[in-house]
Design a protein around this ligand. Structure first.
Ligand SMILES: CC(=O)[C@@H](O)[C@H](O)COP(=O)(O)O
Ligand SMILES: NCC(=O)COP(=O)(O)O
Length: 252
């Protein structure tokens, strides 16, 4: 069965909209796990718009399920602009302090609204290699956020990744349109390439209750999906327990 990892970015976004600790990211993580989630994902960005470094430390101290921290490995330390909120220590420092089960490296710039592309390893592979080596020396599984490009996926193996996470935004955008099958086929071929070179396969971004079942049953050997944006809204509408059950039913 494909593992369901719940991304808590949007819970943190709601919390950060006031000077309060409610909703608690850690408590929400515990509720998701009690309802059946297999793992928790967070994406600390330098502006700490949602997930903060302190959230990562708290989650790392309590989670007994897979913890996946996503982010730009080249993101440098940044001063906090909020009273009472710790500075952002740099992405790699967060990983060194937390040693999560998995780290998903994402090529986001600080100003991006959201993640919207995978790595270009012809451009970034050389400077990623030592980072990947350090992560693996910490005992952290390394996943690279990738577009469904077989050439790039082969390079992901060469630079030492354990897995790739396919960026599923284009699939979600095409879902239900005339372009759906063509776009989905690119992801199927990418999954075949990952399997061929011995990379584990994760996927995420804009997956939801409408498009998840087809994706999961089309690609090969999907080990994990990380879902947050749509999940958060669905949970408001359906209730958390029913929502987790509905997403899990798409993954069986
Ligand atoms: C890498 C990815 O696609 C998402 O995991 C990312 O966390 C989305 O970030 P925002 O929640 O900041 O849009
Ligand atoms: N890696 C994808 C993720 O963690 C959540 O993406 P989304 O469901 O918030 O689009």
């Amino acid at each position: 069965m494909t593992a369901l990892s719940i991304n808590l970015n949007k819970i943190a976004l709601i919390r950060n909209s006031r000077d309060t600790e409610y909703p608690s990211v850690a408590l929400h993580a515990a509720r998701c796990i009690a309802a059946g989630a297999h793992g928790i994902t967070v994406h600390p960005r330098p502006d700490q718009r949602h997930i903060r470094a302190d959230d990562c430390y708290e989650l790392a101290s309590m989670l007994e399920v897979e913890f996946n921290i996503e982010g730009n490995p080249f993101a440098a330390p940044a001063k906090s602009d909020r009273r009472g909120v710790s500075d952002y220590p740099g992405f790699m420092e967060i990983i060194r302090q937390t040693k999560p089960a998995q780290c998903t490296l994402v090529p986001d710039t600080n100003s991006q609204l959201t993640s919207d592309h995978g790595f270009n390893l012809q451009q970034d592979g050389e400077r990623l290699a030592p980072i990947i080596a350090e992560l693996k020396s910490l005992g952290v599984r390394v996943s690279l956020f990738m577009d469904p490009d077989p050439t790039q996926i082969r390079l992901a193996k060469e630079v030492g990744a354990d897995r790739i996470e396919l960026y599923t935004g284009p699939y979600a955008d095409s879902f239900g349109s005339q372009q759906q099958d063509e776009v989905l086929n690119a992801f199927v071929k990418a999954s075949e390439t990952a399997a061929e070179v011995g990379l584990g396969l994760n996927a995420g971004h804009d997956l939801n209750l409408h498009n998840l079942f087809l994706f999961k049953n089309s690609v090969h050997n999907l080990l994990e999906v990380s879902i947050g944006h749509a999940f958060t809204v669905d949970a408001i509408e359906m209730g958390l327990d029913n929502c987790i059950k509905s997403y899990l039913s798409c993954l069986r």
